[in-house]
Write a protein that binds this ligand. Structure first.
Ligand code: 6R9
Length: 658
């Protein structure tokens, strides 16, 4: 491969290829950190010596077991790896009960609503709320192994619902509140969910989100699978309740705050989280109980160097993996205090994050590059108007952060004293994989630095040799690790082919291209598959194409990404209609219709930024859509590809003109 591979979206991140600034940890940071380079060098040596012993040691030290395990890694069914399989534990017990003896009155959640009101929930109170609700679910017949869908706003009760499922050994599947009824129904059906938990309404940026209405539509499409819908009354908004619906407050009214945890085996599935892949059907990523929790907790402690008085704030919604590992599980297992925020960074204005950091004295702040870029655009001077001196550490996740946004985050938000941990990981890895360790590693803007201890991550060329410095290659994980995906829900075949393709000899293939620099720092360059990353959210191009062709007017559609200043990538759709190719106002009208249609089919996050019509899509003589050509057109680049095999060269002009 060459330095800039032709795969993926490498070109859009060209700026990182020239980045050479280095930021060692500040003296202010070093003065208060508990971890340093020696700590990590020692951990790395220990892991290199014996990986199994390394993780088993961590699992004994960090988790509380009902029955201790006797074996760490079991590779006999590779790639269906197991960890600590004969041990039993309960994840909710590990997140709540075990803090009650030492810190019952410590605040676990600072839950700030969209309107700015805040609620402070201690570990004792959270434990009681989880027990009450778990008993309620139990009264509905929910038992270990049942699937429960959670479709909630980003409020404390979303965390309560997840923890309550974990307490019972029920498998939750959280669906982001922005997904359409059709996407929700697809997930209900695939998971065969018995119960759906929702709210009558949610609020984001002052706008109501009609969650219950969407659930009603989804349940109607779900083959009578759902026995009960539990509805949390977010406010007094009038709500139509049906026979299968029950209010959260009615369900918990008669319950006690004592709900013994259901002990499950280490490998018992904790949750399924659907994510986009390169086919039209989302993948049900299935995670374990013990290995997953160990990954979330250990990485939380290492990456954020968590200390007793920290106030942690991860801005991710629990609908995504980041909200699972670094809101619902990792911080609670660590006994940390954290902020949970219902709203959006731009409401009531673009200083919301800074105002909340000041108000709650946040010390560790973890957000996505898209949020940072949009806040630079809407008010680069706003952070200076707030007291952000409580911050000591900043984090980034979800997509590559461009050096300019990094530098702004570092100087303007972090006052030049807070290290930035740029963390690369995935829904499938369950916890952070690559990140600079604050206090131990000098950071470089745009680089995720190095693997955490206990992880063997490599970048390989097509011959499976590690690539030379600055040469792009495929990012792979060489050895199993505790928090890795166990399988795809009821689709073990797809699990094998999607992540362990034969040509990579048993290695986990992440779907990203990356390179290392001369100092061994990792730089993520972009996806190698047909997955786009829009505002840190994974979207399969095939999923959007299927949504478009589901419209009776559409004959064919091809979707590609183009770089976007704020959202990282934006969705561009090339469409041919069954009727005439529309022009002028008719085209504008049709674009509006199709954008709304994709919104209904998948959810607003998948709506194309740009739709272009042509009489046909550019195809090779063998009938393959020329995606690279479409990518160049979407970006407005000159066409350099060989188009001699193109069936109908005249349509290029149509596509360029839109
Ligand atoms: C945690 C999460 C995973 C994909 C991943 C990669 C991209 C995530 C990144 C990053 C560059 C980072 N990604 N973090 N790219 N730098 N720090 O986002 O999971 O939603 O499954 O997305 O996101 O392409 O493969 P998920």
């Amino acid at each position: 491969m060459t330095a800039v591979s032709s795969t993926a979206n490498t070109e859009s991140h060209a700026s990182v290829l020239h980045e050479n600034r280095v930021f060692p940890p500040s003296a202010a940071y070093l003065a208060q950190t508990t971890l340093n380079a020696d700590t990590f060098a020692q951990l790395k040596r220990e892991a290199d010596l014996d990986l199994d012993a390394f993780w088993s040691h961590r699992a004994r030290e960090l988790l509380t077991w009902e029955k201790p395990f006797t074996q760490g890694l079991d590779e006999t069914q590779a790639p269906f790896y197991q960890w600590f399989a004969d041990g039993t534990l309960n994840v909710s017990f590990n997140c709540l009960d075990r803090h009650l003896g030492t810190q019952p009155d410590k605040v676990a959640l600072i839950a700030e609503a969209d309107d700015g009101s805040a609620e402070y929930i201690t570990y004792q109170t959270l434990y009681e709320r989880v027990c009450l609700f778990a008993n309620g679910l139990k009264s509905l017949g929910v038992v270990a192994g049942d699937r429960v869908i959670i479709y909630m706003p980003m409020v404390a009760n979303a965390v309560v619902a997840m923890q309550a499922c974990a307490r019972l050994g029920a498998i939750h599947s959280v669906v982001f509140g922005g997904f359409s009824s059709k996407s929700l129904a697809e997930r209900i059906i695939d998971a065969e969910a018995k119960v759906v938990i929702t709210a009558n309404i949610g609020y984001r940026g002052g706008k109501p989100i009609e969650l219950k209405k969407t659930v009603d539509e989804a349940v109607a499409q779900s083959n009578n699978l759902v026995e009960h819908v539990v509805v949390w009354a977010r406010d007094q908004t009038e709500t139509i309740m049906q026979a299968r619906d029950i209010w959260w407050h009615d369900l918990t009214a008669q319950q006690t705050t004592d709900c013994p945890p259901v002990w499950v085996s280490a490998e018992h599935p904790l949750f399924i989280l659907y994510t986009s892949g390169s086919t039209g059907k989302p993948k049900g990523v299935q995670h374990s109980s013990a290995g997953y929790l160990l990954g979330a907790l250990q990485s939380f402690k290492w990456t954020f160097d968590q200390q007793p008085n920290d106030v942690f704030w991860c801005t991710a919604d629990v609908g995504w993996i980041t909200g699972h590992s670094y809101v619902a599980y990792g911080p609670l297992a660590a006994g940390a205090t954290q902020v949970v925020f219902e709203g959006v960074p731009t409401f009531p204005d673009a200083s919301r994050f800074w105002q909340m950091i000041e108000k709650h004295k946040v010390s560790i702040f973890y957000t996505a590059p898209t949020a940072i870029r949009s806040l630079i655009k809407l008010g680069a001077d706003l952070p200076a108007k707030h007291d952000l001196s409580s911050l000591r550490l900043l984090g980034s996740v979800g997509e590559p952060i461009n050096p300019e946004a990094w530098i702004w985050y570092y100087n303007v938000v972090g006052g030049g004293r807070c290290p930035i941990v740029d963390t690369w990981w995935q829904t499938e890895t369950g916890s952070q994989m690559l990140t600079p360790l604050p206090g131990a590693v000098a950071t470089k803007p745009g680089s995720c630095a190095f693997p955490l201890p206990g992880l063997s991550i490599n970048i390989l060329d097509e011959a499976l040799h590690p690539t030379a410095p600055r040469e792009a290659g495929t990012l792979v994980i060489e050895r199993p690790f505790p928090s890795m995906v166990r399988t795809l829900w009821r689709d073990p075949e797809r699990f094998k082919t999607a992540y362990f393709p034969e040509e990579f000899g048993g290695r986990y293939v992440a779907g990203d291209s990356a390179m290392r620099d001369e100092d061994g720092y990792f730089w993520i360059l972009g996806r190698t598959d047909d997955v786009l990353n829009v505002s840190g959210h994974r979207l399969g191009t095939m999923e959007i194409e299927s949504a478009l062709v589901a419209n009776p007017l559409v004959a064919e559609a091809a979707v590609v990404g183009r770089p976007d200043e704020v959202t990282g990538e934006a969705v561009v759709a090339f469409v041919t209609l069954k009727g005439e190719r529309p022009t002028g106002d008719a085209a504008l009208e049709m674009i509006k219709t199709l954008k709304a249609f994709v919104g209904q089919e998948i959810g607003a996050i998948a709506r194309p930024a740009d739709i272009r019509f042509s009489d046909a899509l550019p195809k090779t003589r063998s009938g393959k859509i020329m995606r690279r050509l479409l990518r160049s057109i979407a970006r407005g680049d000159a066409i350099t590809q060989d188009i001699s095999t193109l069936e109908n060269p005249a349509i290029i002009k149509q596509l360029q003109e839109g």
